[in-house]
Ligand binder design. Structure first.
Ligand SMILES: [Zn+2]
Length: 60
């Protein structure tokens, strides 16, 4: 079920369709670096329940 999320006191709103209901998931983002190594960082993503736009946030 899509739900609302708040970051730093501000509600997450889709910039594309203004929807505020999202599905949360986690995944890896790969960063290319020098010498051809790749580094993966854990991130969480929120998929807009209306248009499917995906918002990514890196986990610290
Ligand atoms: Zn949307």
């Amino acid at each position: 079920m899509p739900e609302e999320f708040v970051f730093n006191g501000r509600r997450l709103v889709c910039p594309q369709c203004r929807n505020n209901q999202f599905e949360r998931a986690e995944g890896l983002i790969e960063h290319a670096s020098f010498f051809g190594f790749k580094r993966s960082r854990l991130a969480e993503n929120y998929t807009c329940g209306e248009c499917g736009y995906v918002h990514w946030f890196l986990l610290k």
